[in-house]
Design a protein around this ligand. Sequence first.
Ligand code: DTR
Length: 346
Amino acid sequence: MKAHTRQATPARKAARFLAAALLAAACLLPGVARAQALTLSYANFPPAPTFPCVQMERWAEEVRARTQGKVEIQTYPGSTLLGAKNMWSGVIQGQADIGCISMAYQPGVFPMMNVFEQPLGFSSATAASQALWALYAAHKPEEFSRVKVLTLFASAPSNIMCKEPVTSLDQLKGMELRGSGGASQVLELLGATPVSMPASDTPEALQKGLIKGVLSSFDWLKDFNFAEYLKYQTVTNFVVYPFAVIMNLDKWNALPDDVKAVFDGLSAEQAEWTGRYLDAHVQESLDWSREKYGIEVIELPQAELDKAEAALAVMIDAWKKSAEAKGVPADQILAEVKALRQKYDK
Ligand code: DTR
C-alpha cells in the first residue's frame, strides 16, 4: 500500500495541480470574457432626453444584444466627450470612437448629402431618414470617406416656436430666430434675422433674450422645456435636419468581421427606428405642451404657405450650383431624392 501510495504521489500531485488549474481557469473565465469585451466610446452633443441621444442608447442596446456582450458601447450624451462643433474632427482624430453629427452645423462639408437641408417637402422624420440612408447607400459619397458611416437619420420638419404669435410671413421681418444650415437660409429668405447655433446652445440664447424663438421640430417643446417660454407654434413644415453617426476609420477597420456585420446590419433599421421614434415623440411633445403650458398652435393660410414655397425655391438652385462646383451630379441626385420622397413619404 505504502509503495503504491508513494508511487501514486506524483500522479496525485498532477491531479491536484490539474484541479487547481481548472478551478483557477473557471474563476478567471468571466474576467477573461470581460477583458475581451471591446468597449467603444460614443459621443453625442445634445442633452440625454433628446432624440439623437435616445437613438444612441437604443443602438448601444442592440449592439450589446446582437454581439452577445462582445461589444460594450460607452455613451457620452450632452457634449460630455465632444461638442456639436468638434464632433466631426474629434471622431476623425479618434477622441471618440463613434459620434453623432448634425450636418447643418458643418457648412460646406457635405456637398451631396446636404441636399436634405433643402426645402424638399418631406413631411415626416421617418420618410426623410429612410430616404437619407437610401441615397447614402446608393452613392457612398466621397465626403464621408474619412469615416465609417454607421447610420443616418433626419429630424422632423421644422416649425416656428416663438414668444409672439406668428400668423403671417410679414411678421417674420427682422425677427431674430435660431436656425442652422438650411433652416437659417429659410429664415433669411423669409426676411427674418437668422442666428446660427447648435441645438445645445439654444436654451441659453433664449434665456438671455438673444433670440425670440426657433425654427426647429416640435420635439424641442418638451425636451428643452421650450413650451414654458415659447407659447406660440406656427406650423410651417419647412426643412428637416440631416444627421450622421460616424465611426473612426482605424477603429472600424480593426473590428472583427462578425462585429462589422452586426453594425452594418443595423444601419437602415436604425434610420427607420429613429424616424418613427421622433415622429411619435413630436406628437407626444405637442400634447404634453398643450396640457402643461396651454401652447397655441397656429396654422398659416394656404396662400402664406405658397408664398413661402415660392420664396424658398431659390435655395434648391443655389444648392445645385454649389454641389455641381464640387463634382456632385446635382440634377440626378435631386431627381433621386424626389423619387425617394415619393416612395417613403406616403
Ligand atoms: N432642429 C434641428 C435638429 C434637431 C431636432 N431635434 C433635436 C434635438 C437635439 C438636437 C438637434 C435636434 C437642430 O436645430 O439642430
